[in-house]
Design a protein around this ligand. Structure first.
Ligand SMILES: [Fe+2]
Length: 245
């Protein structure tokens, strides 16, 4: 079984609209494990006036979870990140430590408003990159400006922005048009990472396994491995490894 990554989910308990209790998180992580996932990036929301769990509380819950997972699922790696809702002062928020980067690296998972305009997306990505961070655009398929203009997606990729799409959108849970758009992005090699964006047992469930099977069917096993394992290994994981060399 290939060792997949889930690059975006809300499975850390007690910090956003994901699970409330550690036990529920463990059940969900077992589902990830059974689907072939071996590294999970836990990326709680950080969004002003909505989700503002202090970074040290997030870290404390992550540490408690990691201790339990070491005993129960010893070969499942957990990484702490954050889904950062983009504002004009996002760079300052990151620099001040109000929200986590991906496992302490230069990679940051950015969520744009669905109605964000092209100019705003480009300007904010440039601003983040100018300060030395590597933006990963969370569920890029949700932005109308991107869905209606594949050239914008290409421009972002060319300037060094990483693209993440949701497993649910890829397999059609969000409807035919989003599914078609994700397929087009894969065929044009404009996708880097897949994330479940899972929130719980009932809604927005863990679906990496279904997505892996679907991608293998339409794009082949090599492509599936590229975006679900190799790309994370060659980017964020490499940055983590370099810090400890
Ligand atoms: Fe999310």
């Amino acid at each position: 079984m290939p060792e997949f990554f889930d690059m975006h989910c809300h499975l850390l308990f007690g910090v956003d609209d994901g699970p409330k209790q550690l036990e529920e998180t463990l059940t969900l992580l077992r589902q990830e494990y059974d689907a072939g996932v071996r590294t999970v990036y836990l990326t709680p929301h950080y969004r002003k006036n909505m989700f503002e769990c202090p970074a040290d509380t997030v870290q404390a819950n992550f540490d408690a979870l990691r201790d339990r997972v070491k005993q129960e699922l010893p070969d499942l790696k957990l990484r702490l990140g954050c889904e950062i809702h983009v504002y004009m002062d996002t760079v300052e928020e990151i620099k001040n430590g109000r929200c986590h980067t991906m496992a302490g690296t230069e990679f940051v998972l950015l969520e744009f408003p669905e109605a964000a305009e092209k100019k705003y997306i480009l300007e904010r990505c440039h601003a983040v990159m100018n300060k030395g961070y590597a933006p990963i655009m969370a569920h890029a398929e949700r932005c109308g400006a991107i869905r209606k203009d594949t050239e914008l997606l290409r421009r972002l990729v060319d300037m060094g922005v990483y693209i993440q799409m949701s497993a649910g959108s890829i397999i059609g849970e969000e409807g035919f048009f989003w599914k078609q758009f994700c397929k087009k992005a894969m065929q044009q090699d404009l996708l880097h990472f897949v994330g479940s964006d899972a929130h719980g047992l009932k809604e927005r469930k863990v679906n990496i396994g279904k997505c892996a099977a679907y991608i293998e069917k339409i794009m082949g096993a090599d492509y599936r491995d590229q975006i679900m394992r190799v790309n994370p290994m060659e980017t964020v994981e490499r940055s983590i490894a370099n810090r400890y060399e």
